[in-house]
Design a protein around this ligand. Structure first.
Ligand code: SF4
Length: 720
């Protein structure tokens, strides 16, 4: 078959799915009609993967050639209303008509321009994408700030690690990881909490398994007993939402058993803050917390002892930690644990929030967040606006002085009619936002919505103008992985039909909104202009000062921070000081607090949402990838066999899951690793959208929604 044929051509790139950032090579072949396609993908010897790939990186690419791709600009037909209940369009031609690029761009930008002129920039917002390149993220936030005249610009980082970043910036002055994933091979102890890497970061999980085989002691802490538990040294299966009970109890042991690292406490912390944490955890002993979190006190003590006393301990965490109303406090507790025990600043130690999307790190670095310009310069800091205006050659005062809103705040503001127009590039809030029914109503209620994407997503179904964009293999650009590794991906295929490179579309929108283009960029995704945009971005980002476009062309991948072109980039950071005013960390007590919506008599069970191996986020790519969709074709809900027995539902039978916000029905899957009071649903399936049920309550610091936990009731579905 095609697999065995010699390839006509190879192109080097990076996997477009998760934050591990596996380097790969596409093998491109012409089909019988001479159209080129990706015949197969091989892992390349990249820094993060050493030739390894998971099922998504190896088999997840034919979404690019799916006939459902958008290939022509679309404009909503006159008089066709937006229906928030109908986001899967049976016949898109009844809703949209085809248009030329000129007409579509003029309509798209014109609608935003009108709102800007009548109501000001505060009535507008933009969502960019963590799946786009750094150059796209940079240019998009520039367009929103300078062209739409608002800082209402954000992306899905708000829904994954915003609380981690808030706590890390506050605590140690930087939101990025201290050490790369691969350091698990040098660690003696690894605390892996609220993460399921075999599913979400599979190649990273393979390094973790290698580390376990070499003797690294893994402490796996999660409400679900996931696959890595089979090899873990210790499993702490705590009750969902009791992270703070577990972590405060571990901190209690550090003080109680005098496991503090004197040097770290003396040189890297403030004595009054250490004292405040000590006082706070004094009453939160493992024995007192055992009834709360369900983990035997002796296990909590053993875990804390191992972590504190090993020669190198590392913490890796995922969204089980961050997607809570107490997500920022969860991470504050992790930072305190690391600092008080001196487990940072060396290989095999440190703090690593496992980044979800392929470019969630890079998009945040590039300023695709409301409160920061590129390189985390606070928009409200003294002189920051003036500097940005000067660099972008804008007239003084052009940038709004009002702070911007975040993802969920923008949706709330749209529901209230305060946001009237939006430009959404490559994101799907009609699937990904919490309490998505509200998000769909908000999007449908906008006066003007422009969506730029590769498929007619649930969000695009509510648009006024749809702009057909490029898939990752169709363009050149850089992405930054969870380890701070900036990597170059090269164009392998031409975009289909009239689809155009995202960078070109953003620039064309910018032209029409009064933002001068950075360079003449290639409309078909080629290299022309991408380097100039990268260099423009680099000029605002000291962290990548030593990573020039030329260097990326030669080396393909360079880690930041990297100050000079002849430096390799720093794999391990915070060796002797943090990027804070005095070089020390700031420790804060993390009060014991719980979910916004706890189970009660009416809704007695817990819903946990997340991802599964084969499907990525809202499924826009993977559900159009034939191998992946064949492996997992159907939405399922996982539950403990004893819970299913209590409900009288056999595995495979249909369960109704209902929260205060909605109800869905899905086939059940028995999973003995689940807690007995909770169910797990992946959020990739539009036909049973988990986010119809989730709670939009926000963490006050990170403004992240509590999509990991809400109350539901369960019943056997009535036969139809
Ligand atoms: Fe792609 Fe992540 Fe799988 Fe690597 S581990 S192949 S980056 S999805």
């Amino acid at each position: 078959g095609a697999w065995a044929k010699p390839s006509a051509r190879t192109v080097d790139s990076v996997c477009p799915y998760c934050g591990v950032g596996c380097a790969l090579t596409y093998h491109i072949q012409p089909d019988a009609q001479g159209r080129e396609h990706i015949a197969r993908v091989d892992g390349r010897d990249g820094v993060a993967n050493h030739e390894r790939l998971c099922v998504k990186g190896r088999f997840g690419f034919d979404y690019v050639a799916n006939p459902a791709r958008l290939t022509v600009p679309l404009i909503r037909r006159e008089g066709v209303a937006k229906d928030p209940e109908q986001v899967k369009l049976a016949d898109w031609r009844a809703v949209f008509r085809e248009a030329t690029w000129d007409e579509a761009l003029e309509r798209a930008a014109g609608g935003l321009r009108n709102i800007r002129e009548q109501h000001g920039g505060r009535a507008l917002a933009g969502f960019g994408s963590a799946k786009g390149s750094n150059e796209e993220a940079y240019l998009f936030q520039k367009l929103v700030r300078a062209g739409l005249r608002t800082h209402n610009v954000d992306h899905c980082t708000r829904l994954c690690h915003a609380s981690s970043v808030a706590a890390l910036l506050e605590g140690i002055g930087s939101g990025a990881v201290s050490n790369p994933v691969m350091d698990v091979l040098q660690a003696d102890v690894v605390l892996l909490i609220g993460a399921n890497p075999t599913v979400n970061h599979p190649v990273a999980a393979s390094w973790m398994k290698n580390a376990m085989a070499r003797g690294t002691r893994f402490i796996l802490a999660d409400p679900r007993r996931t696959e890595l538990a089979r090899k873990a040294w210790m499993t702490l299966q705590f009750r969902a939402d009791t992270d703070l009970a577990l972590l405060n109890a571990m901190l209690h042991v550090v003080f109680d058993e005098d496991l503090l690292d004197a040097e770290s406490v003396r040189d890297r912390c403030h004595p009054d803050e250490v004292e405040a944490v000590r006082k706070h955890v004094a009453g939160l002993s493992p024995e007192a917390m055992e009834p709360v979190c369900g983990v035997p006190a002796a296990d909590i003590r053993a875990a804390a002892r191992a972590f504190a006393t090993s020669k190198g301990s590392m913490i890796l965490w995922g969204m089980g930690i961050s997607q809570h109303v107490h997500g920022t406090d969860n991470v504050r507790a992790l930072i305190a644990l690391c600092l008080l025990t001196g487990q940072i600043g060396r290989p095999g130690t440190g703090l690593h929030p496992l980044r979800g999307q392929n470019n969630v790190q890079g998009a945040s670095d590039a300023g695709l967040i409301p409160m920061m310009f590129p390189d985390y310069v606070r928009t409200q800091a003294d002189g920051a606006m003036d500097k940005a205006e000067h660099y972008w050659k804008l007239p003084p005062g052009q940038l709004s002085r009002e702070p911007g809103l975040t993802v969920v705040e923008i949706i709330h503001a749209a529901l209230e009619g305060k946001i009237r127009g939006m430009y959404i590039e490559g994101e799907n809030p009609a699937m990904s936002d919490p309490d998505v029914h509200h998000a769909r109503q908000a999007l449908a209620g906008l006066e003007h919505l422009v969506v730029q994407d590769i498929f007619l997503t649930e969000t695009a179904a509510l648009a006024d103008v749809v702009l057909p964009a490029t898939a990752w293999p169709e363009k050149t650009g850089t992405v930054t992985n969870t380890d701070r590794l900036v990597q170059l991906g090269r164009q392998a295929l031409k975009p289909p039909g009239q689809a155009r490179a995202d960078l070109w579309i953003i620039q064309e929108m910018g032209r029409r909104l009064g933002v001068a283009p950075v360079a003449e960029v290639d409309m078909h995704g080629g290299e022309a202009g991408v380097g100039a945009v990268f260099e423009d971005m680099r000029g605002m980002m000291p962290s990548i000062a030593g990573i020039s476009w030329d260097r990326l062309q030669r080396e393909g991948a360079v880690t930041y921070p990297c100050a000079e072109e002849d430096q390799p980039g720093q794999r391990v950071v915070f060796i002797d000081r943090f990027p804070t005013a005095d070089g020390r960390a700031k420790l804060l007590p993390a009060p014991l607090s719980f979910a916004d919506e706890r189970p009660d008599n009416a809704y007695p069970h817990v819903l946990i949402t997340g991802r599964e191996l084969e499907h990525w986020h809202t499924g826009a790519m993977t559900r159009h990838a034939s191998v992946l969709d064949a492996l997992e074709p159907q939405a399922t809900v996982s539950a403990h066999p004893s819970l299913l027995a209590k409900l009288g539902v056999a595995p495979g039978e249909v369960l109704r899951v209902e929260s205060r916000r909605g109800a869905i029905q899905l086939a059940t899957r028995a999973d003995p690793g689940m807690p007995e009071d909770a169910v797990f649903i992946p959020f990739a399936y539009a036909e049973a959208a988990a986010n119809l049920l989730t709670n939009a309550a926000l963490d006050p610091w990170g403004k992240i929604a509590e999509v990991k936990y809400c109350a539901v009731r369960l019943s056997k579905a009535e036969a139809e």
